[in-house]
Write a protein that binds this ligand. Structure first.
Ligand code: HMG
Ligand code: MG
Length: 317
């Protein structure tokens, strides 16, 4: 049996995609995107089969003005049954705003780097965990699931290298708070596959594979290779952003997440299921790029072109 066949046999058959384009993607757009476009994006993403959609962020509007209208976005979307529409909540104030907006799930975001924590949420890691304790307690009382993020797990724009032990410790703390899943963030997209496996191996000492997710920005073009490295360890929840939109406002120079279309194309080509209609996804990708007047970062969307001339999903070949 070929090495590839052996590898494919070891991989999970279904991969869960968390679409973060409407939050991680749009939070970094330089000009204000209208509520109607944001909601239109979310609705199109849901219609293409995405079941988990990060729809907004209840952070300080002074820190991230682009997300100031998240409550309106939640009020404007047409919710599809079974789809989980989530949002970031940095503190109890954000959690209360998220609840008022009818969010299905919230996320708290910690960092493995002290310097990034300060720049991103204006407090150190320890204090952030204290804030998240309060958010998790409030969420428990409301019966709301909390996802955790660990930013700068593969490198930090301020600190440089980040010790693997610091990533593992952040995972441990978030799991102890009751997060049902922790997403490991390569915030500035600098990681490479063996490093990803080293980091995930340490995280797997703190959480099961089905409790971890991979959130890789694609700044250095390593994200697909890094995802494959993670899949080999059994981590099968992947965060991705339509058209590769985005970047982090507090990580200068970082580009968007790996594009959802590129991830879906790779997974379908390997015989793995996502439940996503790639052609509809690509149409949405072109639609949002046109609406934002920006170039499309997805290689697959570029290759498949517009609705009228794109080729077929590799799963259907
Ligand atoms: P702070 O200034 O220290 O907050 O910000 P504060 O508690 O001192 O409050 C100051 C003011 O903000 C007050 O208003 C509060 O009411 C208000 P004032 O009395 O001056 O008028 N405020 C809020 N307003 C609305 N919603 C709230 C809220 N909280 C306070 N939730 C804070 C601390 C955490 C709020 C701020 O630093 C913040 O909002 N940071 C968010 C930064 C952010 O969103 N970054 C991008 C997302 S993280 C990311 O992209 C990484 C990720 O994708 C994973 C990866 O790639 O690695 C997740
Ligand atoms: Mg991110």
């Amino acid at each position: 049996m070929s090495l590839l066949a052996q590898t494919s046999q070891a991989l999970p058959r279904h991969v869960s995609i968390v679409e973060v384009g409407a939050r991680d993607g749009l939070q970094n757009e330089p000009t204000q995107v209208s509520t109607v476009i944001k909601a239109g994006l979310v609705d199109r993403l849901a219609a293409s089969g995405l079941m988990r959609i990060e729809t907004g962020s209840f952070v300080s509007p002074r820190w991230v003005p682009q997300m100031a209208d998240s409550a309106e976005v939640f009020a404007t979307i047409t919710r599809l049954p079974g789809v989980r529409y989530s949002a970031l909540t940095p503190n109890v104030q954000g959690f209360q705003r998220a609840m008022a907006a009818g969010v299905n799930e919230v996320a708290v975001f910690a960092a493995a780097s002290e310097a990034f924590s300060q720049k991103n949420i204006n407090c150190g890691i320890r204090e952030s965990i204290q804030r998240f304790t309060d958010v998790c307690a409030a969420a428990r009382a409301e019966g709301i699931s909390v996802r955790g993020y660990v930013s700068c797990a593969l490198g930090c724009p301020y600190q440089g290298d980040v010790p693997v032990a610091d990533v593992a410790m952040a995972v441990r703390e978030l799991m102890a708070l009751g997060c049902y899943e922790v997403s490991i963030g390569d915030t500035i997209g600098v990681g490479t596959p063996v490093q990803v496996q080293q980091v995930l191996a340490a995280c797997l000492q703190e959480a099961r594979a089905d409790q971890l997710a991979m959130h890789f920005h694609d700044t250095y073009g390593q994200a697909l290779a890094n995802l494959l490295a993670g899949l080999e360890l059994g981590v099968y929840t992947i965060d991705a952003s339509i058209a590769g939109l985005g970047g982090c406002p507090y990580a200068k120079g970082a580009s968007g997440n790996v594009s959802t279309e590129d991830v879906v194309y790779m997974l379908h080509g390997m015989g793995l299921h996502t439940g996503i209609d790639l052609e509809r996804l690509v149409d949405t990708s072109h639609w949002i790029c046109q609406a934002l007047q920006r170039s499309n970062q997805s290689r697959v969307a570029q290759a498949m072109g517009s609705l009228s001339n794109h080729c077929v999903d590799p799963a259907r070949v």
